[in-house]
Design a protein around this ligand. Structure first.
Ligand code: 2P0
Length: 315
């Protein structure tokens, strides 16, 4: 009744921002991501007969309050769905800068979904596991999958899941760190504010569906320029949207790195930016160009190079 799972973070090329159903955690739109090889969560779940509640440790710290509640609610869902009669000891380690827009909830709930089912001998298909992880955190549905994934928005628990997307081999991501501290507004709270702005919400849905079609063509034609320009405009549009709802994640330093990237692109480097719910900037580039591009970013900030990573697995 004990299993350990590992899962890596993913970065969205087409972003998930906003929900159409909070209970099932269904997104407003489909999204596309790349699971990375660098940052991950390792989680052990052990069901124990004597426990009267879940005991959660994150990075060796005993967790209570809202953080425990979110995890316990997710565990309740798993217990209900698979008739598991025990509470669990959950021991989780994040090899991710937490809450700094490097998406730790994606790897956390993906690893937890796998460990919590397997620890009770429940073997789910990848599709079922992805839907399950989604209930913990939307982006976790995509971390179940290796490499590029599409999370289909769906309209029910079963139809909202991620699976492999088209592939592109020559890709790498440079994470340019701006700030590793905890962000002020969590993405869950921030995206829920969108419900107060119905017009913005509708514009966002139309725009995202359009970007999704465009990026698909980029993959089908194996055109890195189309993939890159689409993911970059998409991320910039998401931040414009978020700012219209009164929240700002990007700092002056983020904007400097964005400008710097545009200047490099004018010189011919294949570099495109993407930013999530935090100030750090992710640069999508070609793996074959890393040796030329990396020193240019190392000059200006702390960086980590990521390649395509594996989906969730047992260890
Ligand atoms: C994404 N983000 O697609 C977008 C872009 C942040 C910016 O998915 O409420 O932590 O747990 O389902 O998954 C972050 O949202 O939200 C996220 P919940 P989650 O990567």
């Amino acid at each position: 009744m004990k299993k350990t799972a590992r899962s890596h973070i993913n970065i969205a090329l087409i972003k998930y921002w906003g929900k159409k159903d909070k209970t099932l955690n269904l997104p407003l739109t489909s999204s596309v991501s790349l699971t990375l090889d660098q940052f991950y969560t390792t989680t052990t779940v052990e069901y124990k007969k004597g426990l009267t509640e879940d005991h959660l440790y994150i990075d060796g710290r005993f967790i209570t309050g809202d953080e425990l509640k979110r995890v316990s609610n997710f565990m309740d869902e798993i217990r209900k769905r698979y008739n598991i009669p025990y509470y669990a000891l959950i021991d989780s380690y994040n090899y991710v800068p937490k809450k700094a827009g490097i998406a730790s909830s994606s790897s956390a709930f993906s690893a937890l979904a796998l460990a919590a089912t397997e620890a009770f001998g429940v073997h789910l298909s990848q599709k079922e596991l992805s839907s399950l992880a989604r209930l913990g955190s939307g982006s976790a549905s995509r971390s179940i999958i290796s490499g590029f994934a599409i999370w289909h928005e769906g309209d029910s628990h079963e139809s909202s899941y991620a699976e492999s997307f088209y592939d592109y081999n020559d890709v790498a991501v440079i994470i340019a760190f701006v700030d590793k501290n905890e962000k002020k507004v969590g993405s869950r709270d921030a995206m829920n504010i969108l419900t107060d702005f119905p017009e913005l919400k509708n514009e966002w849905i139309t725009l995202t569906n359009d970007h999704l079609e465009r990026i698909k063509l980029g993959f089908i034609n194996q055109d890195f320029n189309i993939i890159g320009t689409t993911l970059e405009s998409h991320a910039i549009k998401m931040h414009e949207l978020i700012e219209k709802t009164g929240i700002t994640y990007l700092t002056d330093k983020s904007r400097e790195i964005i400008q710097y990237t545009h200047a490099l692109r004018e010189k011919g480097y294949p570099v495109y930016v993407s930013m999530d719910a935090g100030p750090n900037v992710k640069i999508f580039t070609k793996k074959s160009s890393i040796k030329d591009v990396l020193p240019l970013y190392q000059k200006i900030t702390e960086v980590v190079v990521c390649n395509k990573g594996k989906g969730a697995y047992l260890i």
